[in-house]
Design a protein around this ligand. Sequence first.
Ligand code: 3H9
Length: 734
Amino acid sequence: MAASKQPQALYRVEDGVAIITLSYPPLNALHPQLLRSLFEAAQRAHADPAVKALVVTGANGNFCPGFDINQFQNPDQGSGGGIDNSINEAICKYLESGPKPSVAAIQGVALGGGLEVAMGCNARLAVPGSRLGLPELQLGILPGFGGTQRLPRLVGLAKAAEMMLTSAPIKAEAGLKLGLVDALAPPEQLLAAARAYALDMAAGRRPRMASLHRTDRLPPLAEALAMVDMARQQAAAKARGLRHPQLCLDAIQAGIEHGGDAGLAAEGAAFAAAASLDAHKALVHIFFAQRSTKKVKGVTDVPGLKPRPMRVVAVLGGGLMGSGIATALALAGIRVLLKEINQQFLEGGMGRIKSNLASRVKKGAMSQEAAAQVLGRVTGVLDYSSFGEADMVIEAAIEDIKLKQKIFADLEKACRPDCILSTNTSTIDIELVGAGMEAGGARSAPRLLGAHFFSPAHVMPLLEIVRTKHTSAQCLLDTLALATAIKKTPVVVGNCTGFAVNRVFFPYTMSAVMLADLGLDPYRIDAAVAGRFGMPMGPFRLNDLVGSDIGLHVGANFVTSFPERVYVSRLIPALNEAKRLGEKTGKGFYKFDPKTRKASPDPDLAPLLAASRKEAALLPEGAKAPALSDADVLDFIFFPVVNEGCRVVAEGIVDKAADLDVASVMAMGFPPVKGGLIFWADLVGAPRIVARLRQFAAMVPPQHRGFFEPCAYLEEAARTGRKLSAGPQQAARL
Ligand code: 3H9
């Protein structure tokens, strides 16, 4: 069916059944106009004497991904997307208890409001593999078309709460077992099967179920309330003070205590409350920001430019990063040449890939046979003789500039002229990496780029694609397509020391170390950053995960590139000298239980801290550590991070501020409910950030004040009220 771009419910009658097709490309999201049209179509079917039953389905091979999320960002619609609950309830009630029975015919996805419309129908037929779920919580809201009431009544309370709280969809096959799906049908038979099912109900050959009033799947009241209570505790532990999961559970509880109709009213109120919270705005922002990173001006909009096939990728280096990258590639069906410098290292690299796959098998994410097939895609090599096959090379050797330059000189000779040459360096200027190639790298410059993965590379969701001013649009497009193929979110960034992600990471660690040198307890700092702010872990715990040696090495690049705004402490070098490298040596800032690897504070750190504080001399002799609250600690750590983020935006290292938001969430673990670094900074407000940076600068001796110096972009925003997310008027594009 050729679908118009207009949101509408198409209507036709076949064999006495009204087929109502949700149509709004690409996936048939429930635009308010589509909802109105669906209501009219349902009314028309009920009024039509030739119609005995209704089937609701979707155009474009898809059912529906829920309410149109764009409406949540539409200022004309007010908070919550201007949802008219009366029409939505009317639709579901009409389908559920109107004069004629209804069936939902599902393929692709039935998510959020889409699944809620389907649950309003008297039965659901689905194509195997289609995905059903209520992921509203991931947008900071809760199901608002009756999902909090109907799902528990169809699949049971425990499963329904799990589906809503995790936002994870289930496959149609699982839905069949749980009672969410009534029958499966292959795509070509879906409509016919749904029609027959609907006619069976109309003729009384099958019972007509109304899920809102079912009670058979709900446990006795006391048991149900205990379950809700447990879900509340789990949600509170996982979601650190967030209100919307609790609001969702409020609605579920109301329905259990007072029945489905009262539950619907409670759901409406809870939905409105959640929709007014900052978390909702932040999560919707992240939803769209994540999708917009794939659209790169001058690359994805070039007419006729298409990604080239990526069949073979060579990975240089089988260490932690290289083996993770090779795992990600092989999992996506790509053939991998894994090159190492000797047999022993090669075996180590292959062993790491095997164990990455084994842990997936253990978690039930894949079968033994599938893992063996994936491993079969990786060929270990010790020289460049097979590199002519490679469509792309990803170099993941150690961070030694001379070594990398030699490797790229060799690669230029070993690879085809159309092969993309990329480096996984985390900080080094890409042009420097390529400088050892012929004509100083100029000849191969268009195919040279950074492909910066984050450890563990087969798990972490971001790929930072670094372009130089010479990188060709074709090579960028190919790498963007590769990112999608290996299920990573790509962010294309400009070339500089640290690119986007590590640029904002460096003040994060430095301000934490400065606080420790000011006399604050590192464990307390970590507790505030992780517990109160919501980062996955604090900066000292992160140092132990990454390794003090790596921290020192990476830090040195920043000291060279940005000497006017670095804080150099003795603390990390002292940890290195004491062989306290972190988890890998059993101790760093923390000590690690050799068996469980659990981190705990280490009293042996005290002398190192004392020595570092003495040498830093940030405070006058004998002065006490400043009395900073946890809120002060968070400002001290995150405002320099925002400041550096503003430089990244102003220099055009990222195309748009939203790209940095995505990168900060996906690589740094910045809490998504805060919407990413710059989105959050706008909520805090540039004037407050600038004022606080000035206060912090005044706390330390003059030679360290450059660390807090607000950049011109941040200052201008503070002065003019311009949003930091607006981007520079004229980006100093690289
Ligand atoms: C809701 O339903 C509230 C209700 O309870 C009641 C309220 C009272 N709206 O992700 P993709 C677009 S809240 C608008 O790249 P994939 C998406 O932006 C909703 N647009 O593909 C993209 O557009 P573009 C609850 C939507 O295959 C294009 O479709 N539902 C919506 O990787 C392709 O998407 C959700 O939270 C939408 N609802 O993933 C589900 N959904 O091409 C949100 C998608 O212009 N959606 N688009 O960039 C998803 O999780 C994924 O998009 C999905 C497909 C799994 C469906």
